[in-house]
Design a protein around this ligand. Structure first.
Ligand code: NSS
Length: 434
């Protein structure tokens, strides 16, 4: 590996020191007998100055032709200079061209390109500074989640991705041939996490989840990263507390460590700063009332889609919960509300600023007979869920859990206009390449 100084380390304090930078040309501008060559690496951008009288005619001519994303190694002396980005520039003495590029398919300001072009060239787009910032924010959110989970006694487990049953309804399963049988790609690790609580009590996993979602919305991917928790001895209200504490920690820690990156996307940090427990909690009934009062056509019993949730988020300046959904719009495993059998003990967490659902969670049905009945009501075969039903036969306990869509959280934190920008290589119904 080349011993180099990272661009992010070039600061005015290094004035007078010799450094070696290795990276890619971000921009190339000639002014008279000088070339201002901006060099980018994983940590930032540095202005380097190439003067003809120092590097000589031949190197100067070579440098003139370096297009964006040419790979180079330069050596030179750091000079503090207020006019340079970061307050320092590098006066080049040696330039080594690794590969010269004449034309890069992505424009200098990717915001000017069409989304289709950026997605067709996603393998090149992901090296641009804004995409790097998104990926750093995503990484930090996950790192923060790990910190919190470790501190609070949650065990990480590694559930399978190849599975035999639906968790979130059969309509969105990806089916694949598994030798002489069929299998599916996992929609959620939940059922396996439920099995794991009997040994470890508080468990979590981070896995890809797959949904053959036909809905082409700004918040659906066919492959997304799913952070799921399942806790024994917890009711719905307990797990909601876990959710708000975890999400607050993730957001606050990321604000602390990645403020610069977040500010590349957001002028206003208010909703992020407001992300502290307790989050507001409203019932589904109240949500319907708010929507009706705002002129939305919705009846008790209807599911809330992205449009309804967007209207609801106008009422809040931080994430909030909606709890107590009607049974018939929610999944089979959710526990019936003992106070109102039309409802289940479920809560979603919604992000403000129009984003809507980022978490789906619930208390689980822990009674064998009721669970069998729910499976039958949903038109499924209890035989397919035999192992899962066993969990209600051998020491069943009250338990609750939830799943957080990582890309949905990133999209809100950075106010992205589409969830596809929150993942390295997005998979949607229309796109599986590159
Ligand atoms: O369908 S969920 O609401 N719930 C579950 O899958 C539970 N089985 C999780 C659990 O309790 N362990 O999905 C959970 C979250 C949801 O709130 C979204 O944030 C995200 O997963 N999600 C998605 N993100 C991106 N694209 C798609 N298609 C998607 N579907 C769900």
């Amino acid at each position: 590996m080349i011993e180099k100084t990272y661009c992010g380390e070039v600061k005015p304090e290094l004035d007078g020191q010799r450094v070696k930078l290795a990276g890619w040309v971000y921009s190339n501008m000639r002014v008279g007998k000088k070339i201002f060559l901006w060099i980018r690496d994983s940590t930032g951008i540095v202005q380097t100055v190439i003067a003809k009288n120092i590097v000589g005619e031949e190197v100067f001519e070579k440098a003139k032709k370096l297009g964006r994303e040419s790979s180079v190694i330069v050596e030179g002396i750091v000079k503090a200079d207020e006019r340079a980005p970061g307050g320092a520039e590098v006066h080049v003495e040696k330039l080594e061209v690794i590969q010269a590029v004449s034309e890069f398919p992505i424009p200098e300001n990717p915001g000017q390109a069409s989304p289709e072009l950026l997605l067709d060239y996603r393998h090149l787009h992901i090296r641009t500074p804004k995409v790097s910032a998104i990926m750093k924010v995503k990484e930090t959110l996950i790192m923060a989640a790990r910190e919190w989970l470790l501190k609070n006694g949650w065990h990480e487990v590694f559930p399978p991705i190849l599975v035999t049953g639906a968790v979130e309804g059969g309509a969105t399963l990806f089916k694949l041939k598994y030798f002489d049988k069929y299998a599916y790609l996992s929609q959620s690790a939940q059922l396996y996490l439920e099995a794991a609580i009997f040994g470890l009590e508080k468990v979590w996993s981070l896995t890809p989840s797959f949904r053959a979602e036909k809905s082409r919305t700004r918040r659906h991917l066919t492959e997304f990263w799913h952070l799921e928790l399942e806790g024994a001895w917890m009711d719905l209200w307990d797990i909601m507390k876990v959710e708000e504490e975890l999400v607050s920690y993730m957001v606050q820690r990321t604000l602390e460590l990645r403020k610069k990156e977040i500010e590349m996307f957001r002028d206003d940090l208010t909703t992020l700063k407001n992300t502290e427990p307790p989050f507001p909690r409203i019932s589904y009934d109240e949500a319907i009332e708010i929507l009706q009062n705002k002129g939305v056509k919705i009846e008790w019993g209807d599911d809330m889609g992205a449009d309804e949730e967007r209207v609801l988020t106008e009422e809040f300046d931080r994430p909030f919960f909606v709890y107590g959904y009607p049974k018939h719009i929610k999944a089979f495993y959710m526990k019936e509300d003992p106070q109102d059998p039309r409802k289940v003990l479920a809560a979603d967490m919604l992000a403000p600023e129009g984003y809507g659902e980022i978490i789906g969670g619930s208390e689980r049905e822990d009674n064998y007979d009721k669970l069998v009945q729910r499976i039958i009501e949903e038109g499924m075969n209890p035989k397919d869920y035999e192992w899962y039903l066993d969990l209600r036969k051998y020491g069943s306990v009250p338990h609750s859990g939830f799943g957080l869509g990582v890309e949905r959280l990133v999209a809100w934190v950075l106010k992205l206009d589409h969830i596809r920008w929150a993942t390295l290589f997005p998979r949607t119904p229309a796109r599986i390449y590159p």
